[in-house]
Design a protein. Structure first.
Length: 431
């Protein structure tokens, strides 16, 4: 039986696996490395985050994005957007060096089995595990507006469904949304020969300001500190103290998860977008209908007026919604028994990312209502990997026959077997 099975091999899964391997756990890692980034984001896309805040996490601090870029003669500069393909290649490079082995299989089921779990792969293999981490990324949680749900795939899709946008050349494409995914997808479509437009409920588009220099005067740095999520004190708190977000009142946590770092376009995209993409703002999609070889969108504006828009295809760039109900690989008995955060469909988690089902851990988007908005970004992987490893070690140490399980420590390096395990909130300053 394995100590830990990590389901997913994106930035969170690979970071967790790197920490678990360094701690000496008996480990399996299942999934295609960086699959969502490789296969489900359009060619030509750029990272919105700064290169220095986009590294995966290894317990020794090695295998950073800067290290990869230096080794391959690539730029990694503050204020210079990085190509998606560079980041994807970096993630695979990280996995090859920091994780003993990643098995490119698809997990079809995770079932409770005694004190542990049975993990089934699409190869038919059944894997017994004491603990499981679900680091499945964002794809299962794509938010598709209900008026589009009954349209066939040739007429409607989500932005995460596309890698190659060239087949839309010469066609009318409506992109729904006002965030970076919508604005960049529409821009890339236009640049590849499509007639794209953006339809959004928002009355105006928001654009991020260009980043401030890393080296600034003390007063300016104090007023607007840099963080992995941008400048300003709120962003600093979300990125540096996810443990503090978890201690906030339930309603506050949910409000932060839903509203912090709302839809906005990157500063470097604005000129490209405004010169190429028309917009229809303050409009909501009320209904859709097939109209010849197109889809007709019935729109309502903020004053109750209506109009129609015809397009060959509609792309919903409408974000992602954490929802346990969409994790069909998780056995219904577990899925329906998990405690959730208030009225959300996200799991309530301990300080070590463990759910209310003993031995089942979560990472990534599903953890944002517990730990805040940094869990929606690569930057949150380091906090998650270190804390989650300690949670796994604690769970393993609490089970019969676990005397040889490495004990948790602050930095993820195993402590002596007779050393007392720290409290689950060790290292967190008191509020």
């Amino acid at each position: 039986m394995y100590d830990l099975v990590v389901v997913g091999a994106g930035p969170y899964g690979l970071s967790i696996a790197a920490h678990a391997a360094a701690a000496g756990l008996r480990l399996r890692v299942l999934g295609r490395p960086m699959a969502s980034w490789r296969d489900h984001m359009p060619d030509g896309m750029l990272l919105k985050s700064e290169p220095w805040s986009s590294s995966l996490s290894a317990p020794d601090g090695r295998h950073t994005l800067a290290e990869y870029c230096a080794a391959h003669g690539l730029p990694a500069e503050h204020g210079v957007p990085m190509p998606l393909d560079t980041f994807t290649a970096y993630g695979r490079w990280f996995g090859e060096r920091a994780v003993p082995r990643v098995e490119e299989v698809t997990v079809t089921a995770v079932r409770p089995d005694g004190d542990g779990f049975q993990v089934e792969a699409d190869t038919g293999e059944l894997i017994a595990a004491r603990t499981v981490v679900l680091a499945v990324g964002v794809r299962p949680f794509a938010n598709r507006p209900w008026p589009l749900l009954e349209l066939p795939p040739e007429l409607a899709s989500h932005s995460i469904d596309h890698r190659d946008l060239r087949h839309f050349a010469g066609r009318d494409v409506a992109v729904i949304g006002a965030g970076q995914a919508a604005l960049e997808t529409a821009t890339l479509l236009a640049e590849q020969g499509a007639r794209s437009c953006v339809v959004a409920r928002a009355g105006r588009l928001r654009w991020n300001a260009p980043p401030q220099p890393l080296e600034r005067g003390r007063l300016r740095a104090l007023r607007d500190p840099h963080s992995g999520l941008g400048v300003g004190w709120p962003n600093w708190v979300w990125s540096q103290a996810p443990w503090a977000v978890r201690r906030l009142p339930l309603g506050t946590r949910l409000r932060i998860a839903e509203t912090a770092l709302g839809p906005a376009g990157a500063w470097w995209l604005r000129e490209r977008f405004e010169s190429a993409v028309p917009t229809l703002l303050g409009h909501r999609v009320r209904a859709t209908a097939r109209h010849g070889d197109k889809v007709r969108l019935h729109l309502t504006d903020t004053e109750g007026g209506t109009e129609t828009l015809d397009a060959h295809h509609v792309v919903a760039a409408t974000g992602f919604t954490p929802d346990l109900g969409r994790l069909r690989l998780l056995h219904p008995r577990v899925r329906t028994a998990l405690r959730t955060v208030g009225g959300s469909r996200a799991p309530e988690l301990t300080a070590g990312f463990e759910s209310s089902w003993p031995g089942l851990f979560f990472a990534g988007m599903l953890t944002a209502p517990s730990f805040g908005p940094s869990m929606r970004f690569v930057y949150g992987a380091h906090f998650t990997a270190a804390r989650l490893l300690r949670g796994v070690q604690r769970r393993l140490g609490d089970r019969p026959g676990a005397s040889n399980v490495p004990r948790p420590t602050r930095d993820g390096v195993p402590a002596a077997a007779n050393e007392a395990a720290p409290d689950s909130t060790a290292g967190e300053p008191a509020l």
